[in-house]
Design a protein around this ligand. Sequence first.
Ligand SMILES: Cc1cc2nc3c(=O)[nH]c(=O)nc-3n(C[C@H](O)[C@H](O)[C@H](O)COP(=O)(O)OP(=O)(O)OC[C@H]3O[C@@H](n4cnc5c(N)ncnc54)[C@H](O)[C@@H]3O)c2cc1C
Length: 400
Amino acid sequence: MNTETRLKTSVCILGSGPAGVVLGNILLHNGIDCIIADRYDRQEIYARGRAGALESTTIELLKKHDLADMIIKNGHIHDRCEFRYPDYSIVFEYKKLSGGDVHYIYPQSDLNDDLIQKYLNAKGKLLFHHEGTKIGQTSDGIVVDLYDKVNHKSVTVDADLLVGCDGYHGIARQSIPEDAVSVYNKPYNYQWLAILAYAPPSANHIIYALHPDGFAGHMLRNEKITRYYLQIPLGDRVEDWSDERIWENLQRRLAKKDWILIEGKIFEKRVMSLRSYVMEPLRYGRLLMAGDAAHIITPMGGKGLNLAVQDAGVLAETLIDYYRGGHSLSYLDRYSEIRLPYIWRAQEFSYSMLNMVHVPEGNDLEDIRFRHKLSQSKLAQLTTSATFAKNFARNYVGII
Ligand SMILES: Cc1cc2nc3c(=O)[nH]c(=O)nc-3n(C[C@H](O)[C@H](O)[C@H](O)COP(=O)(O)OP(=O)(O)OC[C@H]3O[C@@H](n4cnc5c(N)ncnc54)[C@H](O)[C@@H]3O)c2cc1C
């Protein structure tokens, strides 16, 4: 008995993270047939707590497509952040400096789930628990093999185009031959410990602490949960970091006179390796790449989710024009042409901000001392150079 199911669509989207569901919603709204497939179910996707800071540019894009109502209703506006040294701090008012733009703090899980709901409400086809296993291209179509993890069946999707929104570890990226794209890859020689605790935020804004023992971050999630980051050496494992050691390091690195870091029960801690990665162009034949599948950025500056949503917005508009205009495949190259300059600007911003607040690692002590002074000099310019501060604020709140 043949248990295989065969489906047909214009655009198959692999992955229902922010890139996939933003794209799916816009395509559906514009009458372009699509199918989204994700290897997990809705609850599993929701459980993957991640980003929280949405840039003004991302909000504008979501508003344009009627996808921002829940963020506007439930998100918290942020207009400043703080950089701390052991002996002084800079409260950086980026709303004022950028000409009025702000961040909306809204958990990625909620954003993603709202967008899934909107897509389902619009009768969008979303196959949960369907894992992409193989991609094959012909001159007139692309074929995606999915494995239905619940019914243990194969599902094949025949599409005009496939969009890889399946993250850095997905199959879309791996299906592209090495010599078909240029890849830029930068690992780092330190890593982060990412911590979530049942503790109310200890300040109403994000804090970046530059301490001789390493970077520490205080990021906001909601009234009951706070996220923290610690710079840790490569090779350290979660087991090396007891809760006591984490709080002791956070207390020391984030310390400020007359300020109290509120502790709580730690319920998640994981080691995050830092990486910067870009593939270009963002098209290989009938396969287009968006979000983390196409580029990875360090978490510094909170750009990853924003890039994913903005990729999806530009790609959706390109695809709408492609179908309405009856263009040839090469028309789709404009997606890469528009997005890559922004992606690189975000990479440059995130990289330089990372260096600004991290203690360099390595064996060359002279080099470390030198680079540490450069970072301090750059950070100081936030208060000594109005031009630098304005430019930094602009890029921090949304690259335009
Ligand atoms: C701890 C942490 C904190 C972060 N903080 C921030 C922040 O503050 N600001 C910010 O902007 N960014 C942040 N990021 C980055 C941000 O979360 C990502 O950039 C964003 O999720 C990328 O969205 P995406 O849709 O491209 O990919 P993803 O969200 O990774 O979605 C990919 C989807 O593809 C599915 N998938 C994978 N493989 C397959 C397959 N073979 N078949 C079918 N489906 C598949 C997955 O299940 C997943 O649902 C953070 C990331 C982490 C890990």
